[in-house]
Structures are given as structure tokens and as C-alpha cells.
Design a protein around this ligand. Structure first.
Ligand code: PMP
Length: 402
């Protein structure tokens, strides 16, 4: 008998199975609004023009080699990434209490932060994630041994934030609990707290001594404005919180497969921060030794060159505008069709995703009758829609909700 005889079969990943089913479908009208990757109006992957330029710089650099990067990554990259999220004028950067570690995209950043917390954070074993959230939050925090709890987030009645119940759960949570907060463009709902609500969240978190762990996978991609999308993180820093921010450059640079990420650490003092960094470097050594170089080199070049940086912002605006435009177009068509229900949540939500409010049985009809692939919770990736398929998509929604 095999030594692995008792290994149970794990379930397949929901999102990636959906893509496989979409690929296998031969219907010409099929639509994939499952996976969260940007597509052009021709529904093709988008290589940012600024990334192509950075690529050419790398290609023509005679001094480029393939040596190991430092364990914590390339300093010019991690410094630029921390500055991007915290802001040029961040008090924490000025006071020298920020450290950063290059990670395997956003997932690796959350994992590295979670791993560190599981070993060194002593105030609580509980970690709270929004209900619903990106499925990997639970996976990652359970993997490193936290008790993972939900906090209310989505209110199906208002199709908006369940603010009061969220705050209530924060109040009732044991002091010092860890809270995972989406910095902007909440996945999967597309609903973010307002600035006033963020202030309320910060107030309760301070009173309870909770630890904020921001997940920032969509900076600049959400609103098209890098500073606006970083507002919540910067507010917490200004309010004196110690915190972690997991950053991904998958979406905002279109570097999905290159796994360029960063973990920014804001501590109380330079000494605290540097001890934390030393332990995270030790963990990183045992997990990946050294981070991958290619994606981070692209980001490093762009963030540290004023002209390329300006061009990147234009590329970001193109992506976010296309998404916003698709929201408007979908909303207009549903209104034109007189589709039952209210649809303003489609244009109110931001980022890659929209939580349509479709229920699992309706999603099933979308798939079986219309060859439209989305997750059972009714989440759609706006990037899967285009000027060519939006009529068909709107008519399908109209049909399934009637
Ligand atoms: N957090 C959230 C909320 C996300 O949506 C994503 C991307 N799907 C990530 C983190 C990180 O993804 P990646 O590891 O590809 O950077």
C-alpha cells in the first residue's frame, strides 16, 4: 500500500475550474466573467505599454545578470513600493519606522505577514475576515494556525456595506484581534467603506487594540487614482496604527504571472520595525530564500523613473475607465430592458468586480442556457464584458431575474 493511501482528495479551486469549463465550451457566445484579470475590449490580455518599455530597458541592459536578489528583495523596489502605498509624505517613512519585503505577489505577501504573526503576535489567535472575501484569506490564515472568523460586510438588502453589524462585530471581538481589511476595491463585492466609515472603523479598532492587516491588490486600478485608492491605509498610519500592508502588482501592472509583491510593515519605532524585519527575513529564507527578479525589475524601473511613472498612471486610467464604462453600459441596458429590481449598485461598486445580486440558481441558468461563466455568489468580473458582448450579457441577466 502507498504511504499516501489515506490522503483525501482536495476540492478543485472554484475560480480556476470555472475557467477550465469556459475554455472547454464551444458556444460562440460564451462569456467568462469568472476570473479577475483585466481584458481589453477585444477581450485579450493587456500588456501595459509602460511594461513593454521597461521590458525593452531590461533587454538592452548589458549589465543585467541573473544572480540572486537579496533575501528581502531589491531595496530600490521595496522602498518604492512602500512609498507608493504610504505616500511621499508619510510620517512613518520620515520617522524611519517602515520596512518592506519583496514577496511572491499579493498571496505571498499575505502569507509572509500571516506566518510572522502566527509566530510572534501574542495578543490574540483570532483573525477576522470580511463576509464574503477573497477565498484565499481564510486558506492562508488557517494554514498558519489562526482561528478565522467572519465579520459582516455585505448587506444583501441594501446591496451595500453592512456597516453597523461590521462595527458591532469589531466591538465584540476579543481585544487585539487581527482584522484583514481590503484597502480598496473590495473583492468580491466592489463595495468600499466611505471615508467617514473608515474613520469609524479606525476608532473601534483603536479602542479594541485590534491589528489592521491591509490587503491592497488594486491600488490605482480601482479609481484610476493611486492616492485615492491608498486613502484608508494612509489614514490608519496617520492615526498612529502599527500595521501590515500586502501589495500586489498583478492587476495594476498586469504582471499576474510574474508574482511581484511587497509586504510593507509600519511599526511604532525604528527599533521595533527592524526586529520585525529581521524575523521576516529569516522566515523568507526558509520559505523561498530569495524572491523572483523579473516582475519586480519591471516595477522597480517604472516606479523610479518619473516619465515612466507618469505613463503608468495613464495606463491605469485606461484600465479603470474601461471598467467604469462597462458598468455604465451594463446599467443602461438593464434599465432600458426594464429588468426587475434596482441596478444602481452596478455603477456604485468599484474595482474589477461587481456583486450582481444574482443567486446560485440564476447563475446556473446563466451558465447552462447562456454559456456565461461566473461564480455561484453572483460575482462578475467587469473586465470580461466588452462593447461586443454586453447586449447579450444584459439580455441574459434580464431573462434569469424575470
Ligand atoms: N487579495 C485580493 C483581494 C485579490 O483579489 C487578489 C488577486 N486575486 C490578491 C490579494 C492577490 O493576488 P496575487 O497573489 O495574484 O497578487
Amino acid at each position: 500500500a502507498s504511504v499516501f493511501e489515506t490522503v483525501p482528495q482536495a476540492p478543485a479551486d472554484v475560480i480556476f475550474s470555472l475557467t477550465a469549463a469556459y475554455k472547454a465550451d464551444t458556444n460562440p457566445n460564451k462569456i467568462n466573467v469568472g476570473v479577475g484579470a483585466f481584458r481589453t475590449d477585444e477581450l485579450k490580455p493587456y500588456v501595459l505599454p509602460v511594461v513593454k518599455k521597461a521590458d525593452a530597458i531590461l533587454f538592452n541592459d548589458p549589465s543585467l545578470d541573473h544572480e540572486y536578489l537579496p533575501i528581502a528583495g531589491t531595496p530600490s523596489y521595496t522602498r518604492a513600493a512602500a512609498k507608493l502605498i504610504l505616500g511621499e509624505e508619510s510620517p512613518a517613512i520620515k520617522e524611519n519606522r517602515v520596512a518592506a519585503v519583496q514577496t511572491i505577489s499579493g498571496t505571498g505577501s499575505i502569507h509572509t505577514g500571516a506566518m510572522f504573526l502566527s509566530k510572534f503576535y501574542t495578543k490574540s489567535r483570532k483573525c477576522y475576515i470580511s463576509k464574503p472575501t477573497w477565498a484565499n484569506h481564510r486558506n492562508i490564515f488557517e494554514l498558519v494556525g489562526f482561528e478565522v472568523e467572519d465579520y459582516p460586510y455585505w448587506n444583501p438588502e441594501t446591496r451595500g456595506l453592512d456597516y453597523d453589524r461590521m462595527i458591532q462585530t469589531m466591538r465584540n471581538a476579543p481585544n487585539g484581534s487581527i482584522f484583514i481589511l481590503h484597502a480598496c476595491a473590495h473583492n468580491p463585492t466592489g463595495v468600499d467603506p466611505t471615508q467617514e466609515q473608515w474613520k469609524g472603523i479606525a476608532e473601534v479598532m483603536r479602542a479594541k487594540g485590534h491589528f489592521p492587516f491591509f490587503d491592497c491588490a488594486y491600488q490605482g486600478f480601482a479609481s484610476g487614482d493611486l492616492d485615492r485608492d491608498a486613502w484608508a491605509v494612509r489614514y490608519f498610519v496617520q492615526e498612529g496604527f502599527e500595521l501590515f500592508v500586502a501589495q500586489s502588482f498583478a492587476k495594476n501592472f498586469g504582471l499576474y504571472g510574474e508574482r511581484a509583491g511587497n509586504l510593507t510593515i509600519v511599526g511604532k519605532s525604528p527599533a521595533d520595525t527592524s526586529r520585525v524585519l529581521s524575523q521576516i527575513e529569516k522566515l523568507q529564507r526558509s520559505e523561498i530564500s530569495n524572491p523572483p527578479a523579473y516582475g519586480s525589475r519591471i516595477v522597480d524601473i517604472v516606479l523610479n523613473d518619473p516619465a515612466l511613472y507618469a505613463e503608468w498612471k495613464e495606463n491605469l486610467r485606461y484600465m479603470s475607465n474601461r471598467i467604469i464604462d462597462m458598468r455604465k453600459q451594463l446599467y443602461d441596458r438593464l434599465v432600458q430592458l426594464g429588468t426587475p429590481g434596482t441596478w444602481n449598485h452596478i455603477t456604485d461598486q468599484i474595482g474589477m468586480f461587481s456583486f450582481t445580486g444574482l443567486k446560485a440558481p440564476q447563475v446556473k441558468v446563466m451558465k447552462e442556457k447562456y454559456h456565461i461563466y461566473l461564480t455561484d455568489n453572483g460575482r462578475i468580473s467587469m473586465a470580461g464584458l466588452s462593447t461586443k458582448n454586453i447586449d447579450y450579457f444584459a439580455r441574459a441577466i434580464d431573462d434569469v431575474v424575470r
